[in-house]
Design a protein around this ligand. Structure first.
Ligand code: AMP
Ligand code: GLY
Length: 421
């Protein structure tokens, strides 16, 4: 098969690494890719949001399957354009991708289909939002309706701060993405990320992990896209998975289909778990980053038949995916200043050495200097991933590898996996 993979982050490097191991994959082309992926396939410099450019590339390489990593490509309608061109695509149509792209759409959908989530109201008017806030107690949860590069959620400790957030968002802080906002009940509990592959009819579980969203140790500092993950997470018990399938995933698949909007691709359910019961915090229409990295390390089965079946149908005919028992950890090595203003351009030494069979380094925001050096080119730069006999063992291996990388311009959390240890 000729496979075209879209994206340039650590998530896509991990997908490329796994796809390249498949005996079904003859050619792997990646757009735009990054220096780490260049050893796994041919990288072509076309942006993930350049829909005509990507459809043209898919035609040129006679792609049998296009695998879409980031949500930005889906929100631009890449899956729709590929469907028109009759090219199988792993990823939902734009209308179904609203499960990620519009919080209001998802909250209304959950209400219609009785999917457990926080109580909420949607607003486009400051006065009404201000009055509604008075009916809640702190902390207040205020969300931009649309995609805001992971920044559109504010948790306000008091009423004044909440009103300021409402005014800023409705005043256009995130452009059209915050012309509508959702105010919702604050949920307590522990978060977990559960993934399902979907073909429009069926959803099959495809791994779970726990992320660390805050920038610094002890879950302090600003929210980020994710500073590290581990899998499996003890909070995700077989019983929790059973309830998640029955009360969240299955009604979502059935509801989307019944509404003429079948969902295909990966569905990432962000859950809040309290007393063993899950409630949906949000859906994403893509793999988590850096959740995908630990899933790929643990996935024993060939991934390609699953991606293809999610794109073209027949997931229910495949055996359940097989996973390595060994836990996996991913530590994100980010550029200093991330998430607000990461300093790019610094040189990284020692990241491309062989760290042994249990350690894999995925690239995210890296670039190659003219002198061949590896440089920081984004916020999250490297993902140091390891598998081990125990979580502690995996963690030790990851941190040992990090200690061999010379990058004064970077920082990382030293406590990934603390909840489980
Ligand atoms: P989201 O982008 O919707 O995942 O929100 C980002 C983060 O905000 C989540 O991962 C949670 O940590 C937190 N969050 C969002 N909604 C709620 C809620 N209703 N109650 C408590 N925490 C929330
Ligand atoms: N790691 C969280 C996310 O991908 O949204």
């Amino acid at each position: 098969m000729n496979i075209l993979l879209i994206g340039s982050g650590g998530r896509e490097h991990a997908l490329a690494w796994k796809i390249a191991q498949s005996s079904l994959c003859d050619t792997l082309v990646i757009a735009p890719g990054n220096p780490g992926m260049a050893t796994l396939g041919e990288c072509r410099n076309i942006k993930a949001t350049d829909v005509p450019g990507l459809v043209g590339l898919a035609r040129e390489i006679k792609a049998d399957l296009v695998v879409v990593g980031p949500e930005s490509a889906l929100a631009e309608g890449l899956a729709d354009a590929l469907a028109s061109a009759n090219i199988p695509c792993f990823g939902p149509l734009k209308k179904a991708a609203q499960l990620e792209a519009s919080k209001g759409f998802t909250k209304d959908f959950c209400k219609r289909h009785k999917i457990p989530t926080a109580a909420y109201e949607t607003f486009d008017n400051v006065e009404e939002a201000r009055e509604f806030l008075k009916t809640y107690s702190p902390p207040y949860v205020i969300k931009a309706d649309g995609l805001a590069a992971g920044k559109g959620v504010a948790i306000s400790p008091d009423y004044q701060d909440a009103v300021a957030e409402v005014e800023a968002m409705l005043g256009g802080r995130y452009g059209p993405a915050s012309s509508n906002i959702v105010i919702e009940e604050f949920m307590t509990g522990e978060e977990a990320s559960v993934f399902a592959l979907c073909d429009g009819e069926t959803a099959i579980l495809f791994g779970w992990a726990q992320d660390h969203k805050r920038a610094f140790d002890g879950d302090t500092g600003p929210n980020t896209g994710g500073m590290g993950t581990y899998s499996p997470a003890p909070i995700v018990t077989p019983e929790l998975l059973r309830i998640t399938e029955a009360e969240i995933l299955a009604p979502t698949m059935a509801g989307m289909k019944a509404e003429g909007n079948p969902y295909k691709g990966v569905l990432y359910a962000g859950l809040m778990v309290e007393n063993g019961r899950p409630r949906l915090v949000e859906y994403n229409a893509r793999f988590g980053d850096p959740e995908c990295q630990v899933l790929m390390l643990r996935l024993k089965s060939d991934i390609v038949p699953y991606l293809l079946a999610a794109a073209t149908g027949g997931l229910k005919n495949l055996p359940a995916p097989q996973w390595h028992e060994d836990p996996a950890v991913c530590v994100v090595y980010a550029a200093k200043g991330y998430p607000d203003s990461p300093l790019t351009g610094s040189v990284i030494r020692g990241a491309e050495q062989d760290f042994g069979p249990d350690v894999t380094v995925f690239h995210a925001g890296t670039s190659r200097g003219e002198d061949g050096s590896l440089r920081a080119a984004g916020g999250r730069v490297l993902n140091i991933c390891a598998r081990g006999k125990t979580l502690q063992d995996a963690r030790d291996k990851a941190y040992d590898a990090i200690s061999q990388i010379d990058w004064p311009g970077g920082f990382y959390r030293r406590d990934i996996g603390w909840r489980a240890l």
